[in-house]
Design a protein around this ligand. Structure first.
Ligand SMILES: Nc1ncnc2c1ncn2[C@@H]1O[C@H](COP(=O)(O)OP(=O)(O)O)[C@@H](O)[C@H]1O
Ligand SMILES: O=C(CO)[C@@H](O)[C@@H](O)COP(=O)(O)O
Length: 559
């Protein structure tokens, strides 16, 4: 039998990438990136120019289809592989990235009559304008003693499905009425490939982002009625659709999409998945004790367990949510690389940019090199990493960043280093929350863009968490994981695999060199972490709500 291949498509925040993978050993034969033409829409709507409010983040669904019709043919062509040998395709996506669709499964924003209404567009995971709804969801769930709250670390986030759906109902009831279903973008894109009139939902986003439980289903209608009588039947109406396990075949590629994607019709399309979750088998993790960090603009922390534990501020624990047979735990930091990007774009003086240019390097690399000359603690700075709120463990999008300890001598590379350290302290909070609550964390696995870009950052993470970090060998780990699920959807009889564990064992790899904690750094960082924890609790747990008061004053000033 000739070699068989699968394609994984990873939908990130700013671009989508396709990877064509050899199923015998996981070799990534070709990859291709398509930047989203409309990127993140956070100021005004395309065409109409209608202004968006603060904290909004939208996307254009056509950009997702462009990835399929540009990047997929590109990898097939670049690889020289015969399309007849490509047996399956899987995708992974940011989440909760959701959109309203009509009865034909078409996004409402595709309708020219509705395109000037912001609520018809895709709400990206980092759309943070549904915080009022999230606060009420938490208040009402707590009052009613809803048993789902502990599964989500005690709080439902404004980034997730129910808060976003309710925001649409509150602010645009007519759009809510015209919506046939609210879908995760990952499920919508799959439906576009399979043409399935009966759209399937994947158990991963349903579980982590829409409060669905394998045995109990969605929260009760009474709960939704208590939120708002108009929501009473939302799960049977606008959230309806069969929820199926990861690795399930959602359907087969249609003739028309096959033509556009340069593939053969009829190949297996796996149900959608989430970027961070797909990365777990992508680095070969299929057992507990190994925390996987998908490190990019944000960090998602993924961990397997055998028992359901309550962990403060985790994003969720979902049975079979990552790897079948285990409880999958997720936590996260909603900005990491994004914070470094902010500093590089908004904070560094011109002389740094000039120096980086003259040395033929980029500003991140210049800052990393100069920051590496400092010992832990030597900058005298300490930062709180809340530039995009705090996802875990505080679950509060209304918190903001802070840097303490400036002097007239403070240098840009010191500030940069303090930002790297702050994100490491944020990860340490998450590691401790799991480990101290019975979900063991022995070692860390890192994938995503950051481990390949910044060695200092990785060493700081090893020192701050006092744990060894293994780094994925793949440059496109979520896409590799998605391709594995594509191979599972195709099945062993067709040259794929019968389980994700089999696929991961054959196809995943980590690099030989790892990041090991350096004892003298660990000792200093322990002291700094204690200080970080004090600031974290002071500003984050209500002792001093100055960050929220500043927001309120800002809102007043803006209106
Ligand atoms: N040398 C660097 N050191 C630290 N961060 C970097 C460096 N170069 C780029 N970044 C950050 O990496 C992030 C992008 O990570 P990547 O994994 O490629 O993206 P995504 O999360 O969208 O998949 C950006 O936020 C950018 O600021
Ligand atoms: O929240 C999740 C997964 O649950 C991510 O999709 C989200 O943080 C976006 O991640 P990226 O950093 O853009 O890869």
């Amino acid at each position: 039998m000739s070699k068989k291949y699968a394609i994984g498509v990873d939908y990130g925040t700013e671009s989508g990438r396709a990877v064509l993978v050899d199923l015998s050993d996981g070799t990534e034969v070709a990859d291709h990136v398509t930047p989203y033409p409309h990127n993140v829409i956070d100021e005004k709507l395309p065409n109409s120019g209608i202004k968006l409010e603060y904290d909004w983040a939208l996307q254009h669904p056509q950009d997702y289809l462009d990835v399929l019709t540009r990047s997929v043919p590109a990898v097939v062509q670049a690889s020289g592989v015969d399309p007849a040998d490509i047996i399956g395709l899987g995708i992974d996506f940011t989440a909760c990235t959701m959109l309203p669709v009509d009865a034909q499964g078409q996004p409402l924003c595709f309708n020219p009559e509705l395109a000037n209404q912001p609520h018809t567009w895709v709400k990206l995971w980092k759309h943070h304008a549904a915080q009022d709804e999230a606060n009420l969801i938490n208040e009402i769930a707590e009052r009613r003693g809803e048993d789902f709250l502990p599964r989500y670390g005690g709080k439902i986030s404004s980034e997730w499905m129910i808060a976003k759906v309710w925001q649409i109902l509150n602010e645009a009831p007519d759009i809510y009425e015209q919506t046939d279903r609210f879908l995760e973008a990952t499920d919508w894109v799959v439906s576009q490939m399979t043409g399935a009139s009966d759209i399937v939902r994947n158990s991963c986003t349903a579980g982590y982002k829409a409060i669905w439980h394998k045995k109990k289903g969605f929260p009760s209608n009474e709960f939704f009625k208590a939120l708002d009588p108009r929501l009473e039947n939302v799960t049977e109406s606008k959230l309806r659709g069969e929820v199926v396990a990861l690795g399930t075949k959602a359907g087969e590629l249609t003739e028309s999409m096959a033509k556009l994607m340069g593939l053969q019709p009829g190949i297996a399309i796996a149900v959608g998945n989430v970027d961070a979750h797909a990365a777990v088998p992508g680095v070969g993790v299929v057992t507990p004790g190994k925390l996987v960090m998908a490190m990019g603009t944000s960090i998602c922390h993924m961990l397997l367990g055998t028992e359901e534990r309550e962990v403060e501020g985790m994003c969720g624990v979902v049975e079979d949510g990552i790897i079948p047979g285990y409880l999958g735990y997720e936590a996260g930091q909603s900005a990491v690389g994004d914070i470094f990007a902010w500093y590089v774009e908004q904070g560094v003086p011109a002389y740094v940019q000039t120096a980086a240019e003259q040395e033929g390097t980029n500003v991140h690399e210049w800052l990393e090199r100069h920051a590496s000359a400092y010992k832990p603690g030597e900058t005298g700075l300490l930062a709180l990493d809340w530039w995009n709120g705090n996802r875990s463990v505080l679950v509060d999008t209304e918190l903001n960043g802070l840097i303490l300890g400036y002097s007239l001598l403070t240098k840009p590379e010191e500030v940069y280093r303090s930002l790297l350290e702050a994100t490491a302290f944020g990860t340490r909070k998450i590691v401790d929350a799991f480990h101290n609550n019975g979900v063991e964390v022995q070692e860390l696995y890192a994938c995503g863009g950051l481990p390949q870009k910044n060695r200092l950052l990785m060493q700081i993470y090893a020192d701050v968490t006092n744990r060894e970090i293994k780094v994925a060998d793949s440059k496109q780990t979520p896409a590799l994981g998605a391709a594995m699920f594509g191979a599972v959807a195709a099945g062993a009889a067709n040259g794929g695999y019968d389980s994700i564990v089999d696929a991961a064992q054959k196809m995943a790899r980590v690099r030989k060199d790892t990041f090991k904690p350096i004892p003298e750094n660990v000792a200093v960082y322990e002291k700094l972490y204690q200080e970080y924890s004090k600031l974290h609790d002071y500003f984050g747990r209500g002792e001093n709500d100055v960050m929220k008061r500043l927001r309120a004053i800002r809102e007043e000033a803006r209106h």
